[in-house]
Structure formats: C-alpha cells, structure tokens
Design a binder for this molecule. Structure first.
Ligand SMILES: Cc1ncc(COP(=O)(O)O)c(C=O)c1O
Length: 350
C-alpha cells in the first residue's frame, strides 16, 4: 500500500467511509499474520453476520447472549434467541448475568481491538458456549490465542476487501458445512476501484461510486450466509496483513499524539502493544458529539457513529451505560489506507 497516501490528489483528499482499492507496493502472504490466517481451518463467509447466523443455526442454542453495546447486524443475525448482558468499550469486560445458563451461547466482542486476550474457561465451566467476535482485530493476540469454542471475524471491516469473514473453532468444535463461494457478494469492488481513481484525481463521479457502494452493501445484507467470493479470496492472498496491521497501530499513535482537544477522550488499548481498529472519541455529551461530527464532515472527514442502540426495545432502560456510551462516541478510521500525515490532518480537523 502506498505510503504517505501518494496517489491521492490533494483537492480530492478525504478521510473515512468505504474502503477504496489501495495500490499494493508490498507483496502479501509472507508475513506471520497472513500465514496464520491462511493456515486457519476456517469457513469463509461473505459477511460476519452470515458467519454468526450459520453457526447459530448449526449449534441450535436456545438462547444467545449478546453484549449490550452491539451492532444491529449481529442482533438481526441472532433473531428471537437474543438476550443481552451489560458490556461496552468503556469497561474492561462484560458482566455476565446469573440467568446465562448451561446450554446457552454467549458472544463476546473485542471492541475496537482494545482488549487483551481473555480466557473463555470460566464461562465454559458454567456450561456456556463461548463465541468471540474478532472483527476489529482479526489477527490480533486475542484472536490468535483464543480458547473460545468459536471465533468469527468480518475481514472486510479492517481490510480492503469487498466481502469476507471467517469462522473457526480454536478448540476443534464442529463447524457448519462450507457454503458455496458467491461472486455477487463482491459487488462493492467496482465502487472501490472507482473511489481509488476518484481520489487520484481522475474524472470519476463521486455520487456514482457512492451509489454503487450503497447498493452493494444492501446486496450483501440480502445474501446473508453465502460463501466469501473467489475475488476476495484472491485479493486476501495479496494483502500484506502484518504490515497493514502495523500501519493501523502507527496511525492510531499519530492521531493520539496530535489530538489537542481537552474535552474529548480517546479510548485507549488495554496495553500499548495492542492494535486499535479506529480512533474512538468519547465526547462529554451527545450534543458535543453531533457538533464535532458536523465539523468533521465539513472538513471531508467522515466518522462512523458506532452503534446506534435506540432501535432495540427497552434497551435504554435496561442498559443505560451502554446507551450513554453509544450516544457519545465517534469512530475515526485509522486503517492502512491512511498515513501518519493523514492522521495528523484528521486530529487538526477535529
Ligand atoms: C464487531 C462486529 N462484528 C460483526 C459485524 C458484522 O460484519 P458484516 O457487516 O461483515 O456482517 C460488524 C459490522 O460492523 C462488527 O462491527
């Protein structure tokens, strides 16, 4: 991937939103993260929600506990079996309720890649099946050292892939049968290529690639549990995953060292060797968050609001802490699309 964002025309500079296809200046596959991922006995799906849905249909658990701070895609994948327990990224770990019983499954999320490895042994002793979600740092230490019954990770959230997710069992648990590779799942690739050309200054219509990206995201949601596309599988082979991951950590540090605003907090990893998924800002109030969001958008910096929880019935009454965090966070991407210079510009734009 090009350093210092070369290939990006300054007049077209922007930050965030969907991935563009990056130039690759380092050959992939021969680094420890790529080798680890390639060697994993995993089932490959087009999307993380499809991986979870397939696992739950296969395992047949009558109740599935999700953390209270969670994305809508996972809630929909669990469906009527869902129960919630209190957890959010401002906590070191979740509070497992007494009525999470033997025979149920529980999903834990390594929020934004900020958490240290956490053994599943105590939960398993209670008879729970533990499913860890490593979407935010798929090749991080917790994913690689996990002793959970199952792990899943949506790869397309941290890597420039049009689709892709993996499901594996660190303890040799039975996995669902392998789905067929589905080329329609890669519908985002044309939008990624056009965005790349747009950023380089070519005469490409931004509304057109945005519309293609949105339609592709809708298509992926409809496809649900299909297999990862062959094109994403090929692209994955080309990605120098360890370098991309190292770049994410450097970018987080560049942002952290240039963030001058005092009224806003930056969620920190549990230890400095971890690799955050994004620079997640915690504002003093929802109003302050909204003002900052508008200011950033005016500077062509597109942050993500992760995750709105208001559509979940009774959630605010039952989980006020998670809802309060959800009201106040804004996530700024720090993946390998960007350079340290970009991250300084984002910190200044804030
Ligand atoms: C932690 C986490 N898990 C799973 C998903 C779902 O991934 P996908 O969109 O590939 O279904 C997301 C998506 O935002 C996520 O953030």
């Amino acid at each position: 991937m090009n350093r210092e964002s070369d290939g990006v025309d300054d007049a077209r500079w922007e930050h965030g939103s969907d991935f563009h296809w990056p130039g690759l200046d380092i050959a992939g596959t021969d680094d420890d993260a790529s080798r680890w991922l390639a060697g994993l006995e995993a089932i490959r799906y087009a999307a993380g929600r499809g991986a979870l849905r397939a696992l739950l249909d296969h395992g047949g658990w009558p109740r599935v506990w999700l953390p209270s701070y969670v994305c809508a895609e996972l809630v929909a994948a669990v469906g009527d079996r869902v129960r919630f327990y209190a957890d959010d990224p401002s906590q070191a770990q979740g509070r497992i309720p007494a009525d999470a019983q033997s025979g149920h499954a529980i999903v834990r999320i390594n929020y934004f890649g900020l958490r240290r490895p956490n053994s599943a042994a105590t939960l398993r002793e209670r008879g729970l099946t533990v499913i860890d979600d490593h979407t935010h740092d798929p090749c991080g230490p917790w994913a690689r050292d996990s002793d959970a019954d199952y792990c899943l990770a949506s790869l397309r959230k941290s890597l420039p892939l049009p689709d892709g997710a993996v499901l594996w069992s660190p303890v040799g648990g039975r996995l669902p049968s392998k789905p067929e590779a589905c080329e329609a799942a890669a519908a985002k690739l044309p939008a990624m290529l056009l965005k790349s050309l747009y950023l380089a200054g070519h005469p490409v219509s931004k509304p057109r690639f945005r519309a293609l990206a949105i339609a592709a995201e809708d298509r992926l949601a409809e496809l649900a549990g299909v297999g990862m596309s062959a094109v994403s599988a090929e692209l994955l082979e080309c990605l120098p995953i360890a370098q991309l991951r190292a770049r994410r950590r450097e970018n987080f540090q560049a942002f952290a060292s240039h963030l001058a605003a005092e009224e806003v907090g930056l969620l920190q990893p549990a230890d400095p060797s971890l690799t955050p998924f994004a620079c997640v800002l915690l504002f003093p109030s929802a109003v302050a968050r909204e003002l900052a969001r508008r200011r950033l958008i005016a500077a062509r910096i597109y942050p993500a609001v992760l995750w709105p929880l208001d559509e979940l019935p009774d959630h605010r009454a039952m989980f006020p802490e998670a809802c309060e965090v959800a009201d106040r966070v804004l996530a700024l991407h720090c993946d390998a699309r960007y350079s340290a210079a970009d991250m300084q510009r984002v910190a200044a734009g804030y």
